[in-house]
Design a binder for this molecule. Sequence first.
Ligand SMILES: [Zn+2]
Ligand SMILES: [Zn+2]
Length: 333
Amino acid sequence: MAPSRVLRCCQRGLSWIPVIFINLVVCWSYYAYVVQLCICDKRWLMNNLTVQFIYLVVFHVCFVMFMWSYWKTIISKPSNPSKEFFLPKAEKEQYEKEERPEAQQEILKKVAKNLPIYTRTGSGAIRYCDCCQLIKPDRCHHCSTCDQCVLKMDHHCPWVNNCVGFSNYKFFVLFLAYSMLYCVFIASTVLQYFIKFWTVNTHAKFHVLFLFFVAAMFFVSIMSLFTYHIWLIAKNMTTIAPVFRNGPDKNGFTVGFYKNLTQVFGDQKRYWCLPVYTSLGDGYTFPTRLVNLDSEQGNVDHQADPKRYFCYCLFSTVTYVTNILLLTIFLTF
Ligand SMILES: [Zn+2]
Ligand SMILES: [Zn+2]
């Protein structure tokens, strides 16, 4: 086997470590909550079978929804641009022979004329991916980790070892929501046990106390990320945002809160909470509110928005500071 292939195999194997880690933590949390707390610890629920039953049912509902949306995010293959976005053979040869960027742009413009493309680079050029040799559809980006162009790409997430984009964005947001619910349920029900240990100093199980801290820490981390993504959905933006240059409108893809929401979750409300595919659209074309106002709506630039970047940094800092505080409290025991 060639060394580069071995290296790629190792890289692919290593990229599953975060997913294995999350799954191990979840399996352990299941054991700590169900076996150690609900079944083995008779003092906590005082042999109250009704409360025990309710806790176990709610726990399993949260657990199943969380795992279902998590694995849907992992196994959904990212959507890639279709054949029509690749340069035809003749144009591709011409493009490769040509060394002047202006002449290359002319070739791309000729091909792009027949494609539903409204966005451009910052300099007004057609967005072309040299790796995949295709004209990028609107909101499509090349992921260097997956080494492919992904439709409506949001980001590459190491925790799911997959690209989060058009094919699985709904699953990803639901995964954040259900993991938060799972943590909130565990933390709030274990809190009574925790307080008992604090005040009465009964012999508390290590698993149960640690469970409280892990659930609280994960909740804080996920909450900031979830809030950020809800804000992105409401504004119809992705973490890689198109910045409109023509005119003051920076939210060109926004078509109103409800319509933005339906683009991700679909138009049938009964499926909104289920990790089944219901997102609207084809991943290539997106309604914009500028379409009838600005004939040059396409002049956009895909850059990181400084304001959005600041919000993201702020969220991350708050998350880390809170986690460190919680960990310090735990370690002082
Ligand atoms: Zn590409
Ligand atoms: Zn990727």
